[in-house]
Write a protein that binds this ligand. Structure first.
Ligand code: ADP
Ligand code: NI
Length: 215
């Protein structure tokens, strides 16, 4: 079984598994990440089969939804092996998906291979722009977070645990993550695609804060 042959089976499975979601991690997010990642992969001469399969699997066993440390390794391996993938193929995909997630403002998440860089950039691009704003407030609402509280200031988290356990309002998420993504893009193509989406986040924030003050 090649990676290309695995793709349709896994796509079908993921589409079913992620159909119902109100945290911004739904099938449509995965579909957008696949499309963006492929667009970047073509420009960056990456292996498009590996990028497509990893993008499809990148949110499986995500740390925000599973307490156990190795949920992502276990669940990705389980799905892939169910459709006949080898251990080597599982390892190749895990190398990519384990490096995708954002872990805090001062925590490095280095993607080593060009394929990992494509998927990481694509996932982060979908946290920017108008879609990024919608996803942030969907996530905040799902977690019963306030929209904003001017008394609670943002924190540049130094560890993944501190970032993961933070319960503050959603506007802080813009300072703790969204505004920082543009400068953390890993590919030239990703950096270019991030510019306009970053500008929209800045415009959203400045308008929001202006309206908050009643001007
Ligand atoms: P990544 O896979 O890069 O770690 P996440 O899964 O953390 O990305 O984020 C998925 C979506 O949920 C993004 O749009 C992100 O901005 C949003 N999100 C994550 N954490 C928070 C939070 N604490 N408040 C608001 N939105 C959040
Ligand atoms: Ni994602």
């Amino acid at each position: 079984m090649t990676i290309a042959e695995l793709i349709p089976f896994i796509k079908n499975q993921i589409e079913n598994d992620f159909k119902i979601d109100n945290t911004g991690h739904d099938w449509f997010h995965i579909e957008r990440v696949v499309n963006l990642a492929m667009q970047i992969a073509v420009k960056e001469n990456a292996d498009t089969d590996l990028v497509e399969l990893a993008a499809l699997l990148h949110d499986v066993g995500d740390h925000k939804f599973y307490a156990e440390d190795n949920a992502q390794e276990h669940q990705v391996a389980q799905i892939m092996k169910r459709f006949g993938a080898s251990q080597q193929q599982v390892d190749d995909i895990l190398e990519i998906v384990l490096s995708v997630s954002y872990k805090g403002a001062l925590v490095d998440t280095l993607a080593r291979t060009i394929e990992a860089k494509c998927v990481q950039d694509a996932d982060r691009l979908d946290a920017l722009g108008a879609i990024g704003v919608a996803r942030a407030f969907a996530f905040g609402g799902n977690r019963n977070r306030a929209i904003y509280d001017p008394e609670v200031l943002p924190i540049k988290h130094e560890t993944f645990i501190a970032y993961k356990n933070d319960k503050s309002h959603t506007i802080n998420h813009f300072y703790e993550k969204l505004l920082l993504l543009k400068d953390r893009m890993q590919t030239q193509t990703g950096r270019k695609l991030a510019e306009e989406k970053h500008a929209f986040i800045e415009l959203f924030l400045s308008t929001f804060l202006k309206e908050w003050k009643g001007v």
